[in-house]
Ligand binder design. Structure first.
Ligand code: BGC
Length: 357
C-alpha cells in the first residue's frame, strides 16, 4: 500500500489568549488516518485507501491554521453548534422568554450564529493513537443561547475504517441544541472537481421542502416522483439540473433535510451512502439523528484553495450533515431540540469507509 505522509499539513500552532490551536492525527492498523484540529473541533483530512490501495484524502480543507482563519467557507470539517442549520430570523421562545441569535444568513441564523462552535478553540485529550476528545464550555448567553453548556466531541477511528463521532452536552438552564459535523466530502479526493458523478443512497421516504430563505415550510413531503428520491442508489447528476422549485431554492442543487426512516438501532442501520466509481471508495453513514442535510456544495465559490492547491468550486464536494430539523424550535411538529437543564444530551454519527473493486 502506498504511504501517504500528510506532507502538506504544517502550520497548525497559533496562540489566542490562553488557548493554542494544534493538529492531531489518529491512525488505525489499516492505513487510515484522520487529521483534526481543536480549532472548531474539526476534521482536516480523512485519508482512506482507494481500490488500488493508494491513500486518498476525501475531505476538503487547508494546510495551515491561517488558511482556516481566512477561509471564504468557514465550516470546513467543523463541529457545528449550538444549533446546526437555520433558525428563522434567529428567534425562538423558551420558558416564556424570547431569545435572539444574530442573523448571519439573510434574515436567518445559520450554524450557531457568527461565532459558533466552529470558531472556538476547544480543549483536548488524546486518549490513545486512535481517539481524541474535544471539550468546550459555552457561557450562558453565548450567541444568544440560554444556559452554560458544556459540550464534548469524541472522535474514534476504528480498525474497521470507521470514524465514530460522539457528542455529549449538558446545560445549567433549559436550552436548545442541534450538533453536526460539516465535513465536505469528495470521494475521488479533495480538489478533484465535481461530485455530481457520485452515486448516493438515502434511507428517506420524505424530505423537508423549504421557502425562499431556506426555512422548512413545515411540511414533510414524500420523495416519490421528485428529484429527492434517493431510496435506490442514484447518481447525483441524474436529477440535480432538473427544473424544480425546491432544487432552485436549495441554490440549484440539493440543500435539504431528508427525514430518515431508520437510525443506528436498526438491523441495517446505514442511513446514507455515497460511492465514487473512479476511486472505488464508498462512504456509509450511521446516526442516532432523525435527519440528514444533504448539501451538494452549491455555494462553494472557488475562492478557497485547498490542500493540494486546487480551487474549491460549486459542487466540488457534498455534505451529509446528520441533525435534527432546521427551525425545530419554531416548528413544534418537528422532533424537539429542547435540552432540559442538567439533562444529558447524546448523539452519535459514524462514517464508515469501504472500497468496491
Ligand atoms: C447549509 C447551506 C449553507 C452551508 C454553508 C449548509 O449546512 O445547508 O445552506 O450554504 O451549510 O456552508
Amino acid at each position: 500500500m502506498a504511504k501517504y505522509q500528510l506532507p502538506l499539513l504544517k502550520d497548525f500552532k497559533k496562540k489566542e489568549g490562553d488557548k493554542t490551536t494544534a493538529l492531531i492525527i489518529l491512525k488505525n492498523n489499516r492505513g487510515m488516518q484522520v487529521a483534526l484540529t481543536n480549532y472548531g473541533a474539526r476534521i482536516v483530512s480523512l485519508i482512506v485507501p482507494d481500490k488500488d490501495g493508494n491513500l486518498v484524502d476525501v475531505v476538503l480543507g487547508f494546510n495551515t491554521i491561517s488558511d482556516y482563519l481566512q477561509a471564504d467557507e468557514p465550516y470546513h470539517g467543523a463541529t457545528i453548534g449550538r444549533y446546526a442549520n437555520r433558525i428563522s430570523r434567529g428567534a425562538f421562545a423558551l420558558d416564556g422568554h424570547e431569545y435572539h441569535v444574530a442573523p448571519n444568513n439573510g434574515p436567518n441564523a445559520l450554524h450557531g450564529g457568527n461565532q459558533g462552535f466552529h470558531t472556538k478553540i476547544w480543549d483536548r485529550r488524546l486518549n490513545n493513537p486512535n481517539q481524541v476528545t474535544f471539550y468546550y464550555t459555552s457561557p450562558d448567553g453565548e450567541e444568544g443561547f440560554p444556559g452554560q453548556l458544556t459540550v464534548s466531541v469524541d472522535y474514534i477511528l476504528t480498525d474497521n475504517n470507521e470514524l465514530q463521532i460522539s457528542y455529549r452536552a449538558k446545560s445549567d438552564k433549559d436550552t436548545i441544541i442541534n450538533l453536526t459535523n460539516h465535513a465536505y466530502f469528495n470521494l475521488n479526493g479533495e480538489g478533484t472537481g465535481t461530485i455530481v458523478d457520485h452515486v448516493v443512497e438515502l434511507a428517506a421516504d420524505a424530505f423537508l421542502p423549504i421557502d425562499a430563505v431556506q426555512i422548512p415550510l413545515g411540511e414533510v413531503r414524500s420523495v416519490i416522483g421528485t428529484p429527492f428520491d434517493f431510496r435506490e442508489p442514484k447518481r447525483i447528476s441524474a436529477d440535480i439540473a432538473k427544473e424544480d422549485e425546491q432544487l432552485k431554492r436549495g441554490g440549484y442543487g440539493y440543500d435539504h433535510t431528508f427525514v430518515l426512516t431508520k437510525n443506528n438501532a436498526d438491523k441495517n442501520p446505514v442511513v446514507a451512502s455515497a460511492y465514487a466509481e473512479k476511486s472505488g471508495i464508498k462512504l456509509q453513514l450511521l446516526t442516532t439523528e432523525p435527519g440528514i442535510q444533504f448539501y451538494t456544495g452549491n455555494a462553494l465559490t472557488g475562492k478557497d484553495i485547498g490542500k493540494t492547491g486546487n480551487h474549491y468550486s460549486r459542487q466540488d464536494a457534498f455534505c451529509f450533515e446528520t441533525q435534527h430539523f432546521p427551525d425545530a424550535p419554531n416548528q413544534p411538529q418537528f422532533p424537539s431540540t429542547l435540552l432540559k437543564a442538567e439533562q444529558a444530551f447524546q448523539s452519535q454519527t459514524i462514517y464508515r469507509f469501504n472500497v468496491l473493486k
